[in-house]
Design a protein around this ligand. Structure first.
Ligand code: ADP
Ligand code: ASP
Ligand code: MG
Length: 439
C-alpha cells in the first residue's frame, strides 16, 4: 500500500503543526510520499508565507529595499527549525533566494520558494529524501501543465525512493525557469505525485474534517460530506469550494486513485472520500452547496429570436472575439442571458455590446451587475422530485429574489443567480432546508 500525503499551509504553519504532521506520517508506514505547502496562517490575522513572498518580490522589482520583509520570512522558517531542534541551516538557501529576487527571477520563482524551503525543513525533520519538483513537474512553452512527461518523470525519479518530500505548487518551464500553478496549487502536485507513483490513496490534509456541505465561513459548523464523486466535487470546486484546487482532480481521476480529505487537527475524523462512482446513497438530497460572487449578466431580447438561424452564434461570437468566456447561458423563446465574470467583461464591455448590436440587431440589451452564482450539487437530485421547487421556496422564505436559474443537463447541479448582497443568506437558506430540516 502506498499513500501520497499532501499537507496544506495551515497544517504546516508552526512547529506545533509540524509535530502533528510528523505524528500522522509516522502512524502509517504507507504514507511514503509527502507534498508540503508553504507555511500558512497560524491565526486568522496572520499572513501566509506565499503572500509574504509575493509582497517582497514586488518591492524587489520596484528596486526598493525589502530587507525587513525578507527577515520576517526567514523568521517563519527559523522559528520552526529552532523549536523542533532540526539539524538544518538555511542561510545559504536564503542568500540564494534573496539574490534571485534582486536578479528578478520572476514572480512564480518568488512564490515557489515558500514550498521549496518548507520542503527542505520537512525533509530534514522527517529524515526523508528531498526531491525538487522543478526536476519532475513540467510546463509547456505556453505555460500549460504537461501531464504526460511529468507522470513519466515522477514515476522514474521516485522508483526505488522509499520515502520522499516533494514540495507542492511549482515545476519548471522548457527553459528551466520556475513556473507555479495558480493559488492553492499544491493540491495539484499531490495529485500528480499520487498518479506518478500509482498510489492506492491520495490523502489531502487540511484544517477541516473533510469537504463540508457548504463553506464554513457562511454556515457555522456545516456537516462534512462522507463520500462525494469526482463530478460532484468538480462542480463544487469550480464554484468556489476551494478546499481542493479544481485542477487537482484530473491526474488521480485518470488513474482511478481515490482522494481522502482529512483534518490535521483531528486525524481520527474520517474526512471525505472522493471517488469515481459510488453506490452509497448521500445522506441528503443534495451533496453540497458552493458559490461565487462577481458575475454580470447580459440579457438580450429580440422578437422571434427562436426562429432566427444563427442568432446565438452571432451573439456569442462577440464574446469570443474579445476573449471573454461565458459561464452560463439560460435562454427563453425571445430572450437569452449570458453570464460572465464581471471583471473580464468590464474591460471589453463596449466592444462586445457594439458588436452584438451590429451583428445580431437585438431589440433590447440590458446588463445586470453584482450577481452571485450558487451551485446546488448532488447525485441524489436526479431521483428526487421537486428539488428546484424546494430551493425556490427556501429562498422565497428568506426573502431572496432569484434572478436566474440554470439546470445542468446531467441533473447533477442547479445553478441559481442572486444579488451579491443576498449571497450568504441564500446559501444558509438552502443548507437549512436540505440539511437541517432534511427535506
Ligand atoms: P490548505 O491550506 O490546507 O490547502 P485551504 O485553505 O486551501 O487549505 O482549504 C481549506 C479551507 O477551505 C477551509 O479552512 C475552509 O475555510 C475553506 N472551505 C470553503 N468551502 C469549503 C467546503 N465546502 N468544505 C470545507 N472547507 C471549505
Ligand atoms: N502556497 C500556495 C498558496 O498559498 C500553494 C498552496 O498552498 O497550495 O496558494
Ligand atoms: Mg489549499
Amino acid at each position: 500500500m502506498v499513500k501520497v500525503v499532501k499537507f496544506g499551509g495551515s497544517s504546516l504553519a508552526s512547529a506545533e503543526q509540524f509535530r502533528k504532521v510528523a505524528d500522522i506520517i509516522h502512524s502509517d508506514e504507507s504514507r511514503r510520499y509527502v507534498v508540503p505547502s508553504a507555511p500558512g496562517k497560524r491565526f486568522s490575522s496572520d499572513t501566509k508565507v506565499t503572500d509574504m513572498l509575493y509582497g517582497c518580490y514586488e518591492l524587489a522589482v520596484k528596486g526598493r529595499n525589502f530587507d525587513k520583509e525578507f527577515e520576517a520570512i526567514k523568521e517563519r522558517y527559523n522559528s520552526i527549525i529552532d523549536e523542533l531542534k532540526i539539524d538544518l541551516d538555511l542561510t545559504e538557501e536564503f542568500n540564494t533566494v534573496k539574490a534571485c529576487f534582486i536578479g528578478r527571477a520572476g514572480r512564480d520563482y518568488a512564490a515557489s520558494r515558500g514550498e521549496y524551503l518548507n520542503g527542505k525543513v520537512l525533509a530534514a525533520y522527517l529524515g526523508y529524501e528531498f526531491v525538487d519538483p522543478a526536476e519532475i513537474v513540467f510546463f509547456r512553452e505556453d505555460g500549460t501543465f504537461d501531464i504526460e512527461p511529468t507522470l513519466a518523470a515522477v514515476s522514474e525519479r521516485l522508483k526505488g525512493v522509499e520515502r520522499a518530500v516533494i514540495p507542492g505548487f511549482y515545476g519548471s518551464m522548457p527553459n528551466d525557469t520556475i513556473k507555479s500553478f495558480s493559488r492553492g496549487g499544491s493540491d495539484i502536485t499531490g495529485s500528480i505525485v499520487a498518479a506518478g507513483v500509482n498510489a492506492d490513496l491520495y490523502e489531502n490534509w487540511t484544517d477541516v474534517s473533510g469537504f463540508l456541505i457548504c463553506d464554513p465561513r457562511i454556515v457555522e459548523d456545516p456537516e462534512p460530506i462522507r463520500t462525494i464523486t469526482y463530478k460532484e466535487l468538480r462542480e463544487l470546486a469550480y464554484m468556489g469550494a476551494t478546499v481542493l484546487h479544481e485542477d487537482a482532480i484530473f491526474p488521480v481521476r485518470k488513474a482511478g486513485i481515490p482522494i481522502n480529505i482529512k483534518n490535521t487537527n483531528k486525524p481520527g475524523d474520517p474526512g471525505t472520500f472522493i471517488v469515481e462512482s459510488t453506490s452509497l446513497k448521500p445522506l441528503y438530497t443534495i451533496t453540497g452547496i458552493a458559490g461565487k460572487k462577481g458575475f454580470a449578466v447580459v440579457n438580450i431580447e429580440k422578437d422571434m429570436m427562436n426562429s432566427e438561424l444563427g442568432f446565438g452564434r452571432k451573439v456569442l461570437e462577440q464574446f469570443e472575439k474579445n476573449g471573454v468566456s461565458f459561464e452560463h447561458m439560460p435562454s427563453g423563446i425571445d430572450t437569452m442571458s449570458i453570464v460572465v465574470h464581471q471583471n473580464e467583461f468590464g474591460e471589453k464591455e463596449q466592444e462586445i455590446l457594439a458588436g452584438i448590436h451590429r451583428n445580431a440587431h437585438p431589440d433590447v440589451i440590458d446588463i445586470e451587475t453584482d450577481l452571485s452564482l450558487i451551485a446546488v450539487v448532488g447525485r441524489g437530485m436526479k431521483s428526487e422530485r421537486g428539488t428546484a421547487g424546494r430551493i425556490f421556496s427556501a429562498l422565497a422564505h428568506a426573502h431572496v429574489n432569484v434572478k436566474m436559474i440554470d439546470q445542468g443537463s446531467s441533473e447533477l447541479n442547479i445553478i441559481i443567480g442572486v444579488a451579491e448582497r443576498d449571497f450568504e443568506r441564500a446559501v444558509s437558506a438552502i443548507y437549512e432546508i436540505f440539511v437541517l430540516q432534511k427535506l
